[in-house]
Design a protein. Structure first.
Length: 270
């Protein structure tokens, strides 16, 4: 059986304090009413070990106070004032034990809920790191609260950069600076401005984004209830390739390679 020192610490401290007060009062100097000190000890006991320890300490405090007052008159016994003091001590000590114990339990429950929430968030983050869909969670100020592993790999984003909670516009400029997108230089500014504006507006219309290495990602923005955004980058390279117009095959190959070609007409030349 495990010994829990916290359970008995409050009652033991109350008893030691009462004994010390008796000895000092009898052999050294007169000691004033120790009731305020008892109430403090009861609060400490309830905060450390809960209501049961606090009430036990309160009971010991009332009994010790009764013994203390018994010897403070010329004739043994209690006066009306002594009885009133003991009743006030009993009510105050018991109330302190209950209130402090309830507050302690509420704090423990809140801490446990927070721990469970953090554990769930950690499991979810680990799960999102296993998928090939790039996920970015933005807060209401458009700063990235979470960036999963797939997005970091698609856009060559280091862990230090991702963990610094960059704003969305910084992620866009990072993609530009690293040459992540298959876009002409003169179209990059307009592309970034358009994506930023639509993200702020919560536009959920999906678009396909072609990366410089030939991969195609389907970008989608979802507005969240707290004003944030969830951005998803789903790889659809195979789907797009399977639906390419065969007559434009050379053009699509050039986009996925290192060279750029002029787009042929949408209809085949006769």
């Amino acid at each position: 059986m495990r010994f829990d020192w916290r359970t008995i610490s409050g009652p033991a401290l109350t008893a030691v304090t009462a004994l010390t007060a008796f000895l000092v009062d009898r052999y050294l100097v007169a000691v004033p009413n120790p009731a305020p000190l008892f109430v403090c000890i009861v609060a400490l006991a309830a905060s450390v070990s809960g209501i049961a320890s606090g009430l036990t300490s309160a009971g010991i405090a009332v009994v010790c106070s009764a013994l203390f007052f018994l010897d403070h008159r010329a004739m043994p016994g209690y006066g009306v004032t002594d009885v009133s003091r003991m009743l006030m001590l009993a009510a105050t000590a018991a109330g302190t034990a209950l209130i402090t114990g309830l507050l302690r339990q509420k704090w423990i429950d809140a801490f446990a809920a927070d721990q469970e929430h953090n554990a769930t968030a950690a499991r979810l983050a680990n799960a999102l790191d296993q998928v090939d869909i790039g996920i970015v969670l933005l807060d209401s100020d458009t700063r990235a609260e979470f960036i999963n592993r797939a997005f970091r790999e698609y856009f060559a984003l280091s862990d230090a950069q991702a963990d610094s909670k960059p704003p969305f516009i910084a992620l866009m400029y990072h993609g530009r600076d690293t040459g992540a997108w298959e876009l002409p230089e003169d179209e990059m500014g307009a592309f970034i401005a358009e994506r930023t504006e639509k993200m702020r507006a919560g536009d959920s219309t999906p678009i396909n984004i072609t990366l410089a290495d030939g991969q195609v990602l389907r970008f989608s923005c979802t507005a969240l209830p707290d004003g944030g955004r969830m951005l998803s980058y789903t790889p659809v390279t195979d789907l797009v390739r399977h639906t390419d117009d065969p007559d434009r095959a050379d053009y699509f190959r050039s986009l996925r390679g290192s060279e750029r070609a002029q787009a042929p007409p949408l209809h085949a030349a006769e």
